[in-house]
Design a binder for this molecule. Structure first.
Ligand code: GCW
Length: 719
């Protein structure tokens, strides 16, 4: 008996050693500071805690500090209510007496949600001050201070001032009421609609903590392919319960509105936005929502796109549709985020042109509380896209960004891809629409456009998986989205560094290795999936894996051949004047740059040009050879990532080390699968051999074309 008990204990301990770190704590791990001197320094500087005032957010601050400091320093700070001792952390808004009494005075004005952290000597005592205009700013400042400790920075001579560059920093959940997540690869929805409102899962609180720690202040709970039921009282109660949990963390709740809701739950005969009963119905519905959620943020709407109902069903415009909802929300301070990701049943000459064609004529026709939500590129979250031509083109309408954090087209949850580089490439792109420095970032943050409402949304990668995002490294994309939403001027490298330190280790070698893997990962995946500007050549419907051969489906613009246009002469979509002329939607500077074969960046070559297989590229290789080299280079780079990761054994906890190791090995198989499928398929057009230096695929094209994945994750539910 004794022996069995011992054996069980050993097994249990082993299980902890192997699986102890499971990624649940995200970047808020708060493990003990190892360096004794640094530990001592922190303990001295943060021996006492003085929080002025009372509020739910101040309670959250206290709880987070207790948790963080107990974890990292081994003890909670002592609560005090005066500044009589060395090493006091003072947290108070700028209008409090204690902040006003400080000598020297703090003169910084951080503004809404911003914060200031300063080390000062007040009446001979060393004090660390976190101050802000509002409690939420104090919470953000607190997370910043905790991050300094998590990344092992000394707390001396601190002088930090930080304010968000964009007002609304939003997560979009594509979560369905049945618990599935469209394009979700990390399990099921976080929202347990069945158990709400009575049961508050601890995850909701940890979700709010994680978001607040990176400055996210809005969440859209439901899928843009919307279900009207969420607007019924039974669900609004549940929504209210979530809103109550998130409120102290500065997060406001939004919902998706199904345009036909007046018919489906209102029993009206029409949802025509100009019909008086419909207008009245939305007014009453919105008033009802505010009874449940007094600080409700507003609606996101996907209309007349991919089968969703919308104003065009009644021969009305997107502006007519958006405005009826906006009028209902305006008295309560709510907004409408109207998506520009539209395409109707008629296949256009070029899908890349459709959003611009439909929205540009509506410029200036939207109410003030409408913002048009535009995806980063003109097609659909492809591995790489040029920026969307609507950015900067609608001068009378506020525009916001929609990024995709979930990796629908970027290896789902088996591929390590750090998306900050993708986000930055788009944000830093110059649109030339507002003279000097009209980057996409300066359009959406309002500094170029002077628009009053500014916002950025990311379609989340969060689900019920223990580690939230499916892949331990995918947490970095949630993190990076939030950080860039707050400050798009941060470099992706800096974000990767702080995330790695907090999430994995402060060990110098681990930081260098992990961040260099992250830095190269996006370019790598683009190489083995869609190099040189190729796009939309993935598997049908589930979008898993390669399928450049997809053709003859009911919509041409859902096939792959529509986009790559490979033929015996060459490959690529001609979007210049001789083709669809989608380039005409950009500013003249971009048109000149991209329409000229010499100046078009190679990364977008086949996006804008149909190029002859034998044409020489910058490398000196022909297009065909270069395409092959890129595909092979991509797959090889994954092998290199595997080696880099393996070299970190012992420096990363066993649980997550093993998870990433296994996932990288899947990624390598998938990279080879992409490479072989694409090279063999495109070879049927180029009729040229794979360059000699490269190994020939060991399976024929027919094998790759025969693969089927009826149960790939994240597909739209069919019921
Ligand atoms: O990328 C496509 C996805 C759809 C999604 C759509 C959209 C929510 O494949 O699943 O629907 O974009 O953004 O509306």
């Amino acid at each position: 008996m004794m022996r069995i008990k011992l054996l069980l204990l050993v097994l249990l301990l082993h299980a902890f050693a192997v699986y102890g770190e499971d990624g649940y704590r995200l970047w808020l791990r708060y493990d003990k500071v190892e360096d004794a001197r640094l530990l001592n320094h922190y303990k001295k500087e943060l021996a006492n805690l003085y929080i002025a005032g009372q509020s739910p957010t101040l309670n959250v601050i206290r709880a987070e500090l207790d948790k963080g400091l107990e974890g990292m320093l081994g003890s909670k700070p002592k609560t005090v209510s005066s500044l009589h001792a060395h090493g006091t952390l003072l947290i108070a808004t700028r209008n409090t007496d204690v902040i006003k009494s400080l000598n020297p005075r703090l003169t910084e004005e951080p503004g809404k949600e911003g914060f200031v952290i300063r080390s000062i000597t007040h009446a001979g005592k060393r004090i660390t001050v976190i101050t802000a205009d509002d409690d939420i700013g104090l919470l953000y400042g607190t997370f910043h201070l905790l991050k300094l400790i998590q990344t092992r920075q000394p707390l001396r001579a601190l002088s930090v001032q930080s304010s968000p560059l964009i007002q609304l920093r939003i997560l979009n959940h594509w979560d369905n009421l049945d618990g599935t997540v469209e394009r979700g690869y990390a399990g099921f929805s976080l929202w347990n609609w069945h158990k709400l409102p009575g049961y508050i899962d601890e995850r909701y609180i940890d979700y709010a903590r994680a978001n607040a720690s990176i400055g996210i202040n809005a969440t859209v709970l439901t899928n843009v392919n919307a279900n009207a039921w969420v607007l019924t009282p039974a669900y609004l109660k549940k929504v209210a319960a979530l809103a109550d949990v998130f409120r102290p963390y500065g997060i406001r709740v939004y919902l998706t509105a199904r345009f036909s809701a007046p018919i489906e739950i209102g029993k009206l005969a029409t949802a025509d936005p100009l019909n008086e009963d419909v207008k009245q119905w939305w007014k009453e519905k919105v008033t009802e929502i505010y009874k449940y959620v007094p600080d409700f943020g507003g609606f996101v709407v996907k209309a007349n796109s991919e089968g969703q109902p919308g104003p065009q069903n009644y021969n009305r415009t997107h502006a007519d549709g958006a405005n009826v909802l906006a009028d209902a929300l305006a008295p309560h301070g709510g907004i409408v985020m109207w998506r520009a990701f539209v395409y109707d049943d008629k296949v256009p000459d070029d899908r890349a042109k459709q959003a611009y064609n439909e929205f540009k004529p509506l410029d200036g026709k939207f109410r003030d509380n409408v913002i048009v939500q535009v995806k980063n590129g003109p097609i659909d979250f492809q591995p790489r896209e040029p920026f969307h031509p609507l950015f900067g083109a609608m001068k009378q309408t506020p525009l916001m960004m929609e990024f995709q954090i979930t990796q629908e087209y970027l290896g789902q949850s088996t591929n390590l891809v750090y998306l900050a580089n993708l986000f930055k490439e788009c944000l830093d792109a110059d649109t030339y629409q507002y003279g000097k420095e009209s980057t996409v970032a300066r359009i959406i943050d309002g500094s170029a456009t002077k628009q009053k409402l500014t916002a950025v949304a990311g379609v989340t990668n969060i689900g019920s998986d223990r580690n939230w995002c499916g892949h331990p490294m995918a947490q970095a994309n949630w993190y990076a989205f939030g950080r860039l939403a707050w400050d798009h001027q941060l470099s992706s490298e800096q974000i990767a560094k702080e995330w790695t330190r907090m999430t994995f280790s402060n060990d110098a070698e681990a930081i260098t290795r992990v961040t260099s893997m992250m830095d190269q990962s996006w370019e790598t995946v683009v190489n083995y999936m869609t190099p040189l500007g190729l796009h939309h050549i993935m598997g049908w419907s589930h979008h898993y894996g390669p399928a450049p051969w997809i053709k003859d489906r009911h919509r041409a613009d859902w096939t792959s051949v529509y986009y790559h246009k490979a033929d015996s002469s060459g490959i690529g979509f001609d979007r210049t004047q001789s083709g669809s002329h989608a380039l005409a939607q950009y500013a003249p500077e971009i048109q000149n740059l991209f329409s000229n074969r010499e100046t078009c960046p190679e990364k977008f070559l086949l996006w804008f040009h149909h190029v002859n297989w034998n044409e020489k590229l910058k490398s000196g290789n022909t297009l065909w050879d270069e395409l092959c080299y890129r595909y092979y280079r991509g797959a090889e780079a994954v092998k290199k990532m595997q080696q880099d990761w393996d070299s970190l054994k012992g420096k990363i906890d066993t649980g997550r080390f093993e998870q990433v190791r296994q996932l990288l090995s899947i990624q390598y198989e998938e990279a080879v699968w992409w490479r072989n499928s694409c090279v063999l398929y495109f070879q049927t057009f180029s009729k040229q051999p794979i360059p000699q230096a490269l190994p020939v695929p060991d399976k024929p094209l027919s094998y790759y074309m025969s693969l089927e994945f009826p149960y790939a994750p994240g597909i739209k539910p069919q019921w």
